[in-house]
Design a protein around this ligand. Structure first.
Ligand code: MHO
Length: 209
């Protein structure tokens, strides 16, 4: 049952935003995800001209089910925060690692988690910045739920929702993570089972997991 708590929002930069969105999308308590640009000052950033911004994911979550602390754990475990400017093949300022915060409690939790991460090994420096969020600029539609959109089978299973619905959908956020195989393995298996069940029953449309 959805709780009556108002949803909260968190924004993180951890490399290519296609993957970032997938990594947060299937967590229980995450209601909605979207990708965009933040951390810089350029007005109206776009994918090919994002200026000094970083690629980010915005996570809307139910604080009764998941907390900022747990989101931080997912942040740290889904990228290499010791890489300066990027992850693997993606090199550049747009791929830098940032925890965006709103308020002093989030800043404190972010700082504590960064110290913990740094203490795991002193031989290289955690480059992650902690910044108060100024503005989140949503990215172009083609970058939203990118991993899911590469999977026509899953799109069809959801009844080929129009773009605006895909962007708002909790199920789409989950399946986007599933498509990228970035869900925690327990959730990955749960979704596998649900999809197999649906196929066996003769292709009704999947409405929730
Ligand atoms: N190397 C990736 C970067 C995409 S990410 C949205 C690609 O272009 O496939 O920056």
């Amino acid at each position: 049952d959805p709780s009556n708590q108002p949803l909260q929002t968190a924004v993180f930069a951890l490399g290519c935003f296609w993957r970032s969105e997938a990594a947060f999308g299937c967590l229980n308590g995450v209601v909605r995800t979207s990708v965009g640009y933040a951390g810089g000052s350029k007005p109206n950033p776009e994918y090919r001209s994002l200026g000094d911004h970083a690629e980010c994911v915005q996570v809307e979550y139910d604080p009764e089910v998941i907390g900022f602390r747990q989101l931080l754990e997912v942040f740290w475990s889904n990228h290499d925060s010791r890489q300066v400017f990027g992850q693997g093949p993606d090199v550049g300022n747009q791929y830098r690692s940032i925890i965006f915060t709103s308020g002093t409690e989030e800043s404190r939790l972010a700082a504590v988690s960064k110290e913990r991460e740094q203490s795991k090994s002193k031989s290289s420096i955690v480059t992650t910045q902690i910044q108060q969020l100024e503005a989140f600029h949503p990215a172009e539609p083609e970058h939203q739920k990118f991993e899911l959109k590469r999977n026509p089978f899953l799109l069809q299973l959801m009844g080929n929702l129009p773009e605006e619905e895909l962007e708002r959908s909790t199920l789409a956020a989950k399946l986007n993570g599933y498509a990228a195989e970035l869900c925690p393995s327990r959730i990955q298996k749960q979704i596998d089972a649900k999809i197999n069940d649906i196929i066996k029953k003769g292709w009704p449309i999947l409405r929730e997991i």
